[in-house]
Design a protein around this ligand. Structure first.
Ligand code: GAL
Length: 988
C-alpha cells in the first residue's frame, strides 16, 4: 500500500486549520493536554486509520510524554536522533519521502471542564510537532498540519463534546515539509511543544496587536483588534500610564497617545503592563515602546544606531532536545546578558513563544526567523528548489504568516527573517511582500537574497575581515558575493549585518576583535551574530555506561555531519568556553583608553543607556600582587560619549612589573547578574622598565668539551645528556614539539579569503598539511653532548620519516647561583612550507605516586588564550588544577594554552621565564595527554588513562581563526616557521 497522498502534497495543511493569531495571555478557559499519551511507533507511514477511533483498544501501547521527541525517550526503543547539516537524510525526490518513515500514533482522552463556556468556539492548538501531523477528535478527522516549529490551531467546536473526549494524532517524521526544514541540527520527531484546548469565548478577542512607537520621549499604541462587533466596547488599559481608552465600536479603534514613557531598548527593557478587555475576554500584554526604522544605510531603534553583539540561538538541550524549559531558557538568557550579548537571531525557526517574553523582559534585540531552510538543494545547483517553485508558494506564505502573527506583539523583535539558506526565488520574494504589507514597523532580513531584490538589510555569513571592510567602506567598488557591480552598489545603500560569523566550533574563534574594529570604523556595519550559542550534544552512554555528549555519527546514522553540530560558545552542559569570554571582552559596553600616565578615557559604547548603573574599580599590582585599589570617580557618561577621568597616583615598583587594572562593574544587582559583575576591564603597563629590561643577562659559558652527559646540576640529574630528574621528581625533556591536536578550525578546509590575504591553501586544511609533513610524528637524533663547569649542552636534529626538512635544537643548562637556567634554541632548516601549530618543548612528569595537582602562574589568564583570541586575558597570578586548565571540547583538540607566562609552579617545579630577544614571553600548556593522544580521540571519554602530566613551554602558538566555517588565521597571527628561543630558570 503506498503511503497516504498527503505525504506527497506540498500544501501546508488541510482541514479545520484556522488563521494564525498572536500567542496571547488570556482569561479564556484553556485545558492543557500535555502529559502522558498512549503511543505506538511504526516504521512506515502506510498504516490503517485505526488510530482515529476512540474504540480502538490501545491498552497494549506504550506511554509517552507530551511534549517530547520520541527518539529521545526510551533507550533507543523509538529510534535514534539523526544529525545532518546540509544533507537530507532521505533521497532528494521532492515532494516525496521514503516509505521508511517513522510514524508515531498518539492517543489520549480528556474531560471537557464542566464550566467550559457555552456557545464558545473551541480550538485545539499545537505549538510544535515535527514534521507532519494528522489529528482526529472523537473519531472524526480534524485536519493536517506541517511547520514543525510553528503553532497551528484547529477549530474543533463541532467535534468537542461535554464529558470525555478522545484525541488522536498521527505524526510522520518525514513529509514534504521536511524539504523546507533542512536546518543544521538534529532531526527530532514528535509532539515537542504544548498541546492545548482553548475556548474562544463569545464576544472574545480573536486577535490583538498593540503596535507601539516612541519618539522624542513620548510613546503611542497603534492597536489592531480582530473581534466581532459584539465584542465591543473594548477597553485598553495601561495602569501605570493612567491610560484607559474605551472603543465602543470597531471603527473607534485607533492610535492612542500615551505621553511621556521610558522607551524599550535591549539595555533598558522597560515594559508596561496592559490589558485589552472585550465583553467576553481579557488579554494581558507587556508593552515596550520603541520605533524601528532604516534611515539610509543605518538601522535605528528610537533614532539610534543598533550594533548587534548577537548570538544565533537554537533550541537545544542534551536531554530534552528542542522541548522548552522556561527555567533553563531564563538561565541561558541571563548568561548571555552576563557575557555582553545584546541580540539573538532565532536560528532557524521561531522558538517557544515564552522565549520572546523573556527576551522582552531581559532585553535583547531579536531577529525572529521563520522555520525555513532548503539547503540540501544547493548540492544540485538549487535544481527543483522549493523557493522558486510555484507548487510551494502556499507553504512558504503559510510559514511566514504563522511566524509573524504569533509573535508580532514583542518589542524585542526588531526584524523578521524569512529563513535560512534556501537559495532564492519568487516564493521568498512573496514572503517578503507579505511581511511588508502586514508589518511596516519591522524590516525584512534574509541572507540568501545576496543581490538585495526583496529584503531591507544587507546580510552575509562568514565574510572575511577584508571583505567585510569593503562592504562598510564608502565608495568601495570591491565585488560583493553574487552581485554585479550595480547590485553591489545597491547593497551598499543598506544597513549591513553578519547574520552569522565567528564560527565557534571547538577551540576558537579567532579575530572577534578585528570584526568589532570594523563596526567601530564603518557605521553601515551593524555587528553580527556569532555562530552559535551552544553545542547541541545529546547526553548518551557508551555500551559500558559511560556518559558522553553525542554528535553526528554516534547514533549510527546513514549520513551525518559529525561534530559540526558542536559549534557553540557554551558546551552542551552549559559551560561557557574561553571563546565566550573573548566575545564578552570584545562586546564590552565600555572601552578604556589609557591616553597617558594620568588619565583614562572611558567610552560608553551603548545604544542608549548611560553609565550610571556602573561602578569603576581600579587596582595596582606589583608582579601580580595588589598594592592599592579604589574606585574611580566617573561621571555618568551618556551613550555614545566618552569622558576623560583622572587616574590615582600609582606607586611604580622599581624591580617588579607594575600594572593598573580598571574594571566597570555593576553597581547593583540586576535580574541577570549580581552586584560587582564585571562588564568591561582593561590593563595598563606602568612598569618602570620595559618587559625584559629586568631580565638577567644569559650566562656566558666557556670551556665546553664533549662529554658523556651523566651529571647533576643543582636539583637536575642527566643521563647521557638527557634530563631524568628535576626538583626532586622524575622529569624528562625538553623534547621539541611542533604539533598540536588540530582544532576544528585547523581541520577546516572549505574557506579561504578570496583576496588570498590569509595564505590558506584552498580546499586543504592546515591539519592535513601538518600530518603530511609529519609534524605529529617527529623523531629525534642526539647529535652532540657537551659539558662545561656547571653546564650541559646538547644538540639534537629533529625531523620526520621520509622528510629532508629538519630542525636543530640546542639546549643549554647552566647553574646560575641557586637557579638552573635552560635555554633552548630552535632552528628550522630551510624550506619548511606550511604554517606550524606551535614551537614548543615538552617535559614529561610521570606520576610516580604523586600526580601533578595543577599550576600556579604569573602571566596571562585565567583562561586559555591564543594569538588571535587574547582580548579576555589579563595579567595576574592564577591557580588551576590540571583538569581546570583544559576545556573538554566535544571532540578533543588543542586546549589550555596560557600566554605570556613570567612565573610558573607545577608540582615542586618552579620556573621563571624570560622574554626572548624581541620581548616575547613563552606560554605553557599543562595536560594529561599528548597532542597525539588528543588528536586520536573522537570524544573526551575515549582518551586513554594517563600516568603522566605533560608540561609544554611554547615559544609560540598558531592562531585559531574560524576556518571550520569561515576565514583562516589572519596572517599576523599565523605561525610561519621561524627560529625561536626559550629561556627559563628553575629554582633548584
Ligand atoms: C551556516 C548555517 C548554519 C550552520 C553554520 C555552520 O551556513 O546557516 O545553520 O550550518 O553554517 O555551523
Amino acid at each position: 500500500m503506498p503511503a497516504p497522498a498527503y505525504l506527497s502534497d506540498t500544501a501546508p495543511g488541510s482541514g479545520a486549520r484556522v488563521a494564525p493569531r498572536s500567542w496571547l495571555r488570556s482569561d479564556a478557559p484553556a485545558l492543557s493536554l500535555d502529559g502522558t499519551w498512549r503511543f505506538r511507533l511504526s516504521p512506515t507511514a502506510d498504516l490503517p486509520e485505526d488510530v482515529a477511533g476512540p474504540a480502538l483498544d490501545d491498552s497494549g501501547w506504550d506511554e509517552l510524554a507530551v511534549p517530547a521527541h520520541w527518539v529521545l525517550q526510551g533507550d533507543g526503543e523509538y529510534g535514534r536522533p539523526i544529525y545532518t547539516n546540509v544533507q537530507f537524510p532521505f533521497p532528494l525526490d521532492p515532494p516525496h519521502v521514503p516509505d521508511e518513515n517513522p510514524t508515531g500514533d498518539y492517543r489520549r482522552t480528556f474531560e471537557l471542564p464542566a464550566d467550559w463556556p457555552e456557545g464558545a468556539r473551541t480550538v485545539l492548538r499545537f505549538d510544535g510537532v515535527e514534521s507532519l501531523y494528522r489529528v482526529w477528535l472523537n473519531g472524526a478527522e480534524v485536519g493536517i498540519a506541517t511547520g514543525s516549529r510553528l503553532a497551528q490551531e484547529f477549530d474543533v467546536t463541532d467535534l468537542v463534546r461535554p464529558g470525555t473526549n478522545h484525541v488522536a494524532v498521527r505524526v510522520h517524521q518525514w513529509s514534504p515539509a521536511s524539504y523546507l526544514e533542512d536546518q543544521d541540527q538534529w532531526w527530532l520527531p514528535g509532539i515537542f511543544r504544548d498541546v492545548t484546548l482553548v475556548a474562544r469565548p463569545v464576544d472574545g478577542l480573536q486577535d490583538v496587536w498593540l503596535r507601539t512607537g516612541w519618539a522624542g520621549g513620548d510613546g503611542w499604541v497603534e492597536p489592531e483588534l480582530t473581534a466581532d462587533d459584539a465584542a465591543f466596547p473594548v477597553t485598553l488599559r495601561i495602569p501605570s500610564l493612567g491610560v484607559e481608552t474605551v472603543w465602543t465600536r470597531p471603527a473607534d479603534v485607533g492610535r492612542v497617545e500615551v505621553g511621556p514613557v521610558e522607551p524599550w531598548t535591549a539595555e533598558t527593557p522597560r515594559l508596561y503592563d496592559a490589558t485589552v478587555e472585550s465583553t467576553g475576554e481579557t488579554v494581558s500584554l507587556r508593552l515596550g515602546f520603541r520605533t524601528v526604522e532604516i534611515r539610509g544605510d543605518r538601522f535605528l531603534v528610537n533614532g539610534e544606531r543598533v550594533v548587534f553583539h548577537g548570538m544565533n540561538r537554537h533550541e537545544a538541550h542534551p536531554v530534552r532536545g528542542r522541548v522548552f524549559d522556561e527555567q533553563h531558557a531564563r538561565e541561558d538568557l541571563a548568561r548571555m546578558k552576563r557575557f555582553n550579548v545584546n541580540a539573538i537571531r532565532t536560528s532557524h525557526y521561531p522558538p517557544h513563544p515564552r522565549l520572546l517574553d523573556l527576551a522582552d523582559e531581559l532585553g535583547f534585540w531579536v531577529i525572529l526567523e521563520c522555520d525555513l531552510e532548503t539547503h540540501g538543494f544547493e548540492k544540485n545547483g538549487w535544481t527543483r528548489n522549493p523557493s522558486d517553485d510555484p507548487a510551494w508558494r502556499d507553504a512558504y506564505l503559510d510559514r511566514i504568516e504563522r511566524t509573524v502573527e504569533r509573535d508580532k506583539n514583542h518589542p524585542s523583535i526588531v526584524m523578521w527573517s524569512l529563513g535560512n539558506e534556501s537559495g532564492t526565488g519568487a516564493n521568498l520574494a512573496a514572503m517578503s511582500a507579505w511581511v511588508h504589507a502586514r508589518d511596516s514597523g519591522r524590516p525584512v532580513h534574509y541572507e540568501g537574497d545576496y543581490t538585495g531584490e526583496y529584503t531591507d538589510v544587507y546580510s552575509r555569513m562568514y565574510s572575511t575581515v577584508p571583505e567585510t571592510e569593503q562592504i562598510g567602506t564608502d565608495g568601495s567598488t570591491a565585488p560583493l558575493l553574487g552581485c554585479t557591480p550595480a547590485q553591489g552598489a545597491r547593497q551598499r545603500t543598506k544597513p549591513f549585518l553578519l547574520c552569522e560569523y565567528a564560527h565557534a566550533m571547538g577551540n576558537g574563534p579567532g579575530a572577534l576583535d578585528q570584526y568589532e574594529a570594523l563596526v567601530d570604523a564603518h557605521p553601515r556595519l551593524h555587528g553580527g551574530f556569532v555562530w552559535e550559542w551552544r553545542d547541541h550534544g545529546i547526553l548518551t552512554r557508551t555500551a559500558d555506561g559511560t556518559p558522553f555528549y553525542a554528535y553526528g555519527g554516534d547514533f549510527g546514522e546513514v549520513v551525518h555531519d559529525g561534530n559540526f553540530v558542536m559549534d557553540g560558545m557554551i558546551l552542551s552542559d552549559d559551560t561557557p568556553t574561553p571563546g565566550l569570554y573573548e566575545f564578552a571582552a570584545m562586546a564590552s559596553p565600555v572601552r578604556f583608553t589609557f591616553d597617558d600616565a594620568v588619565g583614562v578615557t572611558v567610552a560608553n559604547r551603548r545604544h542608549s543607556a548611560a553609565t550610571d548603573d556602573l561602578r569603576f574599580d581600579w587596582r595596582v599590582e606589583h608582579d601580580g600582587r595588589i598594592v592599592a585599589r579604589g574606585v574611580l570617580a566617573v561621571p555618568p557618561i551618556p551613550a555614545g560619549s566618552s569622558a576623560r577621568v583622572e587616574l590615582p597616583a600609582i606607586a611604580v615598583a622599581p624591580d617588579a612589573e607594575t600594572w593598573l587594572t580598571v574594571e566597570a562593574v555593576l553597581a547593583a544587582a540586576t535580574s541577570w547578574a549580581p552586584e560587582g559583575h564585571v562588564v568591561a576591564s582593561a590593563q595598563a603597563d606602568r612598569s618602570a622598565q620595559a618587559l625584559g629590561g629586568a631580565a638577567p643577562a644569559a650566562p656566558r659559558i666557556t670551556g665546553w668539551r664533549d662529554a658523556e652527559g651523566s651529571l647533576t646540576l643543582g636539583s637536575a640529574a642527566f643521563e647521557r645528556g638527557r634530563l631524568v630528574r628535576l626538583a626532586g621528581r622524575a622529569v624528562s625533556g625538553p623534547r621539541l614539539e611542533l604539533f598540536r591536536a588540530p582544532t576544528d578550525n585547523d581541520e577546516g578546509s572549505a574557506f579561504s579569503d578570496p583576496t588570498g590575504s590569509d595564505g590558506a591553501v584552498p580546499g586543504v586544511s592546515s591539519a592535513s598539511l601538518w600530518r603530511a609533513h609529519g609534524l605529529d610524528r617527529l623523531v629525534h637524533r642526539l647529535v652532540a653532548v657537551q659539558e662545561a663547569p656547571g653546564a650541559l649542552r646538547t644538540l639534537t636534529r629533529v625531523s620526520a620519516a621520509d622528510s629532508a626538512l629538519s630542525l636543530t635544537v640546542e639546549t643549554v643548562w647552566a647553574l646560575v647561583g641557586d637557579e638552573l637556567e635552560l635555554r633552548v634554541e630552535i632552528e628550522p632548516s630551510a624550506g619548511w612550507p606550511t604554517v606550524w601549530p606551535r614551537i614548543g618543548v615538552r617535559f614529561n612528569l610521570p606520576d610516580g605516586g604523586e600526580p601533578i595537582p595543577g599550576a600556579e602562574w604569573f602571566g596571562l589568564g585565567p583562561r586559555e588564550s591564543y594569538p588571535d583570541s587574547i582580548q579576555a586575558a589579563r595579567l595576574g597570578r592564577y591557580t588551576a588544577s590540571v583538569d581546570e586548565l583544559s576545556v573538554p571540547y566535544a571532540r578533543p583538540q588543542e586546549t589550555g594554552h596560557r600566554s605570556a607566562v613570567r612565573e610558573l609552579t607545577v608540582g615542586g617545579l618552579a620556573l621563571r621565564a624570560f622574554p626572548d630577544g624581541r620581548g616575547r614571553l613563552p606560554g605553557f600548556v599543562l595536560t594529561r595527554h599528548t597532542p597525539q593522544q588528543l588528536a586520536a580521540a573522537e570524544h573526551p571519554h575515549e582518551l586513554p588513562a594517563s600516568q603522566t602530566t605533560y608540561l609544554f613551554l611554547d615559544a609560540a602558538q598558531h592562531g585559531l581563526g574560524s576556518r571550520a566555517c569561515g576565514p583562516d588565521v589572519w596572517p599576523e597571527f599565523s605561525l610561519r616557521p621561524e627560529a625561536r628561543t626559550l629561556r627559563v630558570r628553575f629554582g633548584s
